[in-house]
Write a protein that binds this ligand. Structure first.
Ligand code: C5P
Length: 239
C-alpha cells in the first residue's frame, strides 16, 4: 500500500489517501490532547500502542458480527482501513458512572449502572463534543433514523464483546467512545479506534486507572499504563 495525500489530520491520527479510492492509511500519533485541545503533550509510544490494540481488537469485533473499517496493520503506527465518511456523532457507551456523566448528573465515579447507557455527542472540537440526542442528529442531517438505530445496535454489540474480553484480563471496562462511518455504498461500519485514549480501563483488583485519565488528571505513569493495557489486550483470557 502506498501512502498518498494527507486527507485529514486529527488530534491523534492522520488519514492518507492510497492508490485505491476504497482504502485509506491511518497513522497513529504520539500526540495527546485533553479538554478540547487545551492541554497538549506527547505520550511516548502511544501511537504504536493504540495502533496495536485496535489492530488486535477490530478483527475480533468483525468476527463477532460488527463490520469495521480495519483491513490490516502496516507498521508499528500505521494501518490500512476501508475508506469511510465519518458520521459526526460520537457514541459513548457507559457501564459505570465516570467522567462527564458523573459531573453532569452528580453521580459518584465508580457507581455501577443497572444497564449500559448509550450517549450521542456532536463531534466538534470547537464546541467540546456536546451531548445531543437522536432527534438532533436527524434534524441536522448527520444521520438517518435507520442509521442511528444501527449505530446503537452495533455499539451495544461492541459493548457485549468488550466487557467480558477485558474482564478475562483483569480490567473493568468503565466506558468507551466509538465512531462510525459510511462506505461509498452507504453501509455503516465501525471506524476510528478502541484504545486507552478512547476507553476508561480500571484494574479489576486495585481500581487503578489504566487509560488517558492518567494524562487528563496528571496522575503520572501514563506510558506505563498504556504499555500495561497493550500487554493485557494481547494476553490470552484468564492470565
Ligand atoms: O469525558 P466522558 O466521561 O464523556 O468520556 C466518556 C468516554 O469517552 C471515555 O472513555 C473517554 O475516553 C471517551 N471519549 C473520547 N473522546 C471524546 C470524549 C470522550 O474518546 N472526545
Amino acid at each position: 500500500t502506498t501512502r498518498g495525500a494527507l486527507k485529514y489530520e486529527g488530534k491523534a491520527k492522520r488519514v492518507y489517501a492510497t492508490d485505491t479510492a476504497e482504502e485509506y492509511v491511518v497513522e497513529y500519533k504520539d500526540d495527546a490532547t485533553a479538554f478540547n485541545g487545551v492541554k497538549k503533550a506527547q505520550i511516548g509510544g502511544k501511537g504504536a500502542v493504540n495502533n496495536a490494540i485496535t489492530a488486535h481488537l477490530f478483527p475480533q469485533l468483525e468476527a463477532a458480527g460488527i463490520p469495521t473499517h480495519f483491513l490490516a496493520q502496516l507498521s508499528e503506527t500505521e494501518q490500512r482501513v476501508r475508506a469511510v465518511t465519518i458520521i459526526p456523532v460520537e457514541v459513548i457507551v457507559r457501564n459505570v458512572a465516570a467522567g462527564s456523566f458523573s459531573k453532569r448528573l452528580g453521580i459518584e465515579e465508580g457507581t455501577a449502572l443497572a444497564r449500559p447507557v448509550v450517549e450521542f455527542c456532536y463531534k466538534s472540537d470547537a464546541l467540546g463534543d456536546p451531548l445531543i440526542n437522536t432527534d438532533t442528529a436527524v434534524a441536522l442531517g448527520w444521520a438517518t433514523p435507520g442509521e442511528l438505530d444501527r449505530i446503537r445496535e452495533l455499539a451495544l454489540k461492541v459493548q457485549a464483546f468488550l466487557v467480558p474480553y477485558f474482564a478475562a484480563r483483569g480490567v473493568k471496562l468503565i466506558d468507551f467512545k466509538l465512531e462510525f462511518g459510511r462506505t461509498a455504498d452507504g453501509t455503516v461500519i465501525l471506524a476510528d479506534e478502541i484504545s486507552p485514549d478512547t476507553c476508561r480501563f480500571w484494574d479489576a483488583q486495585t481500581g487503578e486507572k489504566l487509560d488517558k485519565d492518567r494524562f487528563r488528571r496528571d496522575l503520572g505513569g501514563v506510558e506505563d499504563a498504556y504499555n500495561e493495557m497493550l500487554r493485557r489486550v494481547m494476553a490470552p483470557a484468564g492470565t
